[in-house]
Design a protein around this ligand. Structure first.
Ligand code: 13P
Length: 252
C-alpha cells in the first residue's frame, strides 16, 4: 500500500515565533485526524528545522522536512546546507527540484539527480518535484516535459533506491495562483508518471507515492485526493494557516 502524505511547504515565510505557533496549532489539531498510513510533513525554512522538530518531539504522525539540500557533500560552499547535515539532525524529508528552485536558482535535471543521490545516500526521503509551466501546457507538450523531468533526475536510480523517493507533480501555472489543476488533469498526469515509472521499474511504480501540488486548499483537497493516482498533496500557501492545513489533512 502506498503511503499517503500531506506535506506543507512553508517556503520563505514566518518568523520563528510564528512558525512555533503554527506548529503548536497543527500538533493540537492533527492528533486525532491522522490515520493509518498517512504522514504529515512540515517543510520549514532551514533555521526552523531544529526548533520545529524539538516541538514535535516523538510525534509519529508529523515529521519535519527541508526545502532543499546541496548537491555537494561538504566543504567551501558558503550558505549551503548538505544532506549529511540534515541527516545528522534526523530530518527525514527534503524537497528537491521545486519549480522555484528550477526557475530562480537555475537548477536543472542533472543537478537535481545529484541532489537526489545525496539525499538518498544520507537516508533522507527526497520529495522530488516536477511540473510544467503555463506555456508548455498551452502548447500541449506538458506530458513530454514532465516525463523528461522524471527520467533525467530519477531514472539513474536502482529500483530499490527509487522506492525511497516521493514524487510531487506541481504544474507551475497552479502554484500560488489560486488556479488548481482539475482533478482530471491531476489524475491524468499522475497516471502518466506512474506508467512512465512502470516502463522502467515495472511493478515498483505501484509503490511510489505521487503528490499533487498547486493551489491545494481545504475546499478542493477531497476531490484531488480521491483520484486513484493522487497519494496526497504538497501544499504551499494553505499550509501557513493551521485550520486550513488540517482541513486538507482531514481530506485524505
Ligand atoms: P501553493 O499551494 O501556494 O500553490 O504552492 C504550491 C507549492 O509550490 C508547494 O510546494
Amino acid at each position: 500500500m502506498r503511503n499517503k502524505i500531506v506535506a506543507g511547504n512553508w517556503k520563505m515565510n514566518k518568523s520563528l515565533a510564528e512558525a512555533q505557533s503554527l506548529t503548536a496549532e497543527i500538533i493540537g489539531m492533527v492528533a486525532d485526524e491522522v490515520k493509518g498510513n498517512v504522514k504529515v510533513v512540515l517543510c520549514t525554512p532551514f533555521p526552523y528545522l531544529h526548533p520545529v522538530k524539538s516541538q514535535l518531539g516523538n510525534n509519529d504522525r508529523i515529521a519535519v522536512g527541508a526545502q532543499n539540500c546541496s548537491e555537494h557533500e561538504s566543504g567551501a560552499y558558503t550558505g549551503e546546507t548538505s544532506a549529511a547535515m540534515l541527516a545528522s539532525m534526523n530530518i527525514p524529508y527534503v524537497i528537491i527540484g521545486h519549480s522555484e528552485r528550477r526557475q530562480y536558482f537555475g537548477e536543472d535535471g542533472a543537478l537535481l539527480a545529484t541532489k537526489v543521490d545525496k539525499a538518498l545516500a544520507h537516508g533522507l526521503t527526497p520529495i522530488f518535484c516536477c511540473g510544467e509551466p503555463l506555456e508548455i501546457r498551452e502548447a500541449g507538450t506538458h506530458e513530454a516535459l514532465v516525463t523528461k523531468q522524471v527520467a533525467e533526475s530519477l531514472f539513474h536510480l536502482s529500483a530499490v533506491a527509487l522506492q525511497k523517493v516521493v514524487i510531487a507533480y506541481e504544474p507551475v501555472w497552479a502554484i500560488g495562483t489560486g488556479k488548481t489543476a482539475s482533478s482530471q488533469q491531476a489524475q491524468d498526469m499522475h497516471a502518466l508518471i506512474r506508467k512512465h515509472l512502470a516502463s522502467k521499474y515495472g511493478a515498483v511504480a505501484e509503490n511510489i507515492s505521487i503528490l499533487y501540488g498547486g493551489s491545494v486548499k481545504a475546499d478542493n483537497a477531497k476531490e484531488l485526493f480521491a483520484c486513484a493516482d493522487v497519494d496526497g498533496g504538497l501544499v504551499g500557501g494553505a499550509s501557513l494557516k493551521s485550520r486550513e492545513f488540517v482541513e486538507i489533512v482531514k481530506a485524505i
